[in-house]
Write a protein of this length. Structure first.
Ligand code: SF4
Length: 369
């Protein structure tokens, strides 16, 4: 196995598709070895630059305090739900169904609907917060396409950050990834040829935008289907030093989308076994092994009340992501995020740690807990 050219990198790096220049997040370099601009969320204080050990100690203390506060907040949430206050904790908001791509597995661009206005987006976020939501994911369609007058995605993120502990954005990666969200997921659904066959020509642009972005928390998100399942291990290896982590889900058979994209369970199990091996070998698969195991036969106890959604027409729903978007078929579910959340609620420590790792922002936890 090759190693990162910077020498001490912990992510093994493998031969990669030719189109994208290599980029090493852990050594903070841009393509061609240029230093990356300072990261917004982690800029070191002057004393930390003078005394690096003090800076490290401060960082660890900061993390511990933030994590303790987050744990306290989670414990409060957990006890509340046990007392009958079942509140959603994760919200997804579709700003728009408009998209510049036509992905084969996606039902949303197929049914045009009005996009949210800025004022409606803010009132929906306030409603989600009142329901109990603490983590908000802004999605589409393509959320970077969304605009209302002068307001753009950054304006929505700015409002969201006043209300939620963590704000994420999902994108197809075809726009520059300069956004002040806490986490960004870029959909990458195969090596170049397969990705482009599923999503339309966009692989090269998405990889270039990931490489050029100064955002410190970019995850690649893979939707696994019958077209790409064979190359998932190679894809994970090629992405491993380009993003902070990799999350997955399996294709869900929405109405109006090709049935044949659904991966039969036997093949799904084989992919999950390989993903677990890769994670154990140190590759940055972010989903917990417990979650990957649970997806093999879909027998985890789902708690769909932990989820809330906003449609692009402003309709709010509680429950499964499929609610109002298709027939809910738990046997065919492949939503790893829901599985992870439900496992965390059921007390699976690895799932709790995974959620903390992705969503905890210690420096912000105090104001939103
Ligand atoms: S489809 Fe999946 S996320 Fe939805 S209720 Fe069933 S198991 Fe839960």
């Amino acid at each position: 196995m090759q190693r990162c050219s910077a020498g001490s990198c912990h992510h093994p790096s493998m031969p990669r598709p030719a189109l994208t220049a290599p980029r090493c997040r852990c050594h903070n370099q841009m393509p061609g070895g240029r230093p990356r601009p300072p990261l917004r969320h982690t800029a070191a204080a002057p004393h930390a630059r003078m005394w690096p050990r003090l800076g490290k100690l401060e960082e660890i203390t900061h993390l511990m305090v933030g994590s303790l506060k987050q744990c306290g907040s989670l414990l409060y949430y957990y006890l509340g739900t046990r007392l009958g206050r079942k509140k959603p904790i994760l919200g997804g908001m579709k700003l728009t169904r408009q998209c510049n791509l036509r992905c084969r597995h996606c039902p949303f661009w197929r049914e045009p609907a009005p996009s949210l206005s800025f004022s409606r987006a803010v009132s929906c976020m306030e409603a989600l917060r009142a329901w109990g939501v603490r983590i908000l994911i802004l999605e589409g369609g393509e959320p970077f396409l969304w605009k209302d007058g002068d307001a753009d995605l950054q304006a929505v993120v700015g409002e969201a950050r006043k209300l939620f502990s963590c704000v994420g954005v999902t994108t197809n990666g075809t726009f520059p990834i300069e956004i002040d969200a806490d986490v960004v997921w870029v959909s990458i659904d195969g090596l170049q040829e397969t990705h482009d066959a599923i999503r339309g020509q966009s692989f090269a642009t998405a990889m270039a935008n990931i490489a050029a972005s100064s955002h410190p928390d970019i995850y690649a998100h893979i939707t696994i289907n019958s077209l790409n399942y064979k190359e998932i291990p190679e894809l994970v290896e090629s992405l491993s030093d380009r993003v902070k982590g990799i999350t997955i889900q399996f294709h869900y058979p929405y109405p109006g989308v090709e049935e044949s994209l659904l991966l039969p369970l036997a093949r799904r199990r084989a992919v999950l076994d390989r993903l677990i091996e890769l994670k154990k070998a140190g590759l940055p698969v972010a989903d917990s092994c417990a979650c990957l195991e649970a997806l093999k036969d879909n027998r985890w106890k789902c708690h769909p009340w932990m989820i809330a959604s906003v449609e692009s027409d402003g309709k709010l729903t509680r429950g499964c992501y499929v609610e109002g978007r298709g027939e809910i078929s738990c046997e065919r579910c492949g939503f790893a995020a829901h599985a992870e959340l439900s496992l965390a609620y059921s007390g699976v420590l690895e799932a709790i740690r995974t959620g903390n790792r992705i969503f905890t922002r210690p420096e912000r936890a105090s104001s939103h807990a």
